[in-house]
Write a protein that binds this ligand. Structure first.
Ligand code: GNR
Ligand code: NI
Length: 176
């Protein structure tokens, strides 16, 4: 098992589109286990998309059980939203690839998602509450979209500016 490195904005890899998984086999499951280990290792992480560790595959892992509850690891392979409700919900969102920033994001309150599980079996499930928010946030990653793309351009501009500055300082530190 390996803890993988999480890419952070403005890394351009996070803006690319991930490709569907063709075969759910042991090698893929080993990678999914690494994604789960990486998510559990990160502070308060409740979800992770493969592209956040630099892998262009349509895979998401998630665990929405709270801190004191037993672990409930889930994985969603080739997830697709098949329906969204009319009603919207606003949740405060954060992202392991946009560290230290949080913003209120409006999304459909309910959706249905079709996906393959860890064994390659197809399911379709209705989502609401935190699950609906999180699955939409993760599927966005697979299409190169970050939660900051859903907020006002004024607020996004401020966050992007700070992320760029942090990136420049990091690059500078490596040259000393
Ligand atoms: O850990 C995470 N918390 C979170 C909170 C509200 C809405 C979405 C999320 S997902 C995020 C982990 C992450 O960046 N997944 O891509
Ligand atoms: Ni995220």
């Amino acid at each position: 098992m390996t803890i993988l490195r999480i890419l952070t904005a403005p890394n351009p890899v996070l803006r690319t589109t991930s490709k569907p998984v063709k075969k759910v086999d042991d090698a893929l499951r080993a990678f999914i286990d690494d994604m789960l280990e990486t998510m559990y290792h990160s502070e308060n992480g409740i979800g992770l998309a493969a592209i956040q560790v630099g892998v262009h595959k349509r895979i998401i892992v998630m665990d929405l059980s709270g801190e004191d509850a037993p672990k409930n690891p889930k994985c969603y392979i080739n997830p697709e939203i098949t329906w969204t409700g009319e009603e919207v919900a606003i949740h405060s969102e954060g992202c392991l690839s946009v560290p230290e920033y949080y913003a209120e994001v409006e999304r459909p309150a309910k959706c249905r998602v079709k996906y393959l599980d860890y064994r390659g079996k197809e399911h379709e499930q209705e989502a609401e509450g935190l699950f609906a928010t999180c699955i939409q946030h993760e599927i966005d990653h697979l299409d190169g979209i970050l939660f900051i793309d859903h907020i006002s351009s004024l607020k996004r501009g401020m966050i992007v500016k700070k992320l760029n500055k942090a990136q420049r300082e990091k690059a500078q530190a490596h040259t000393i």
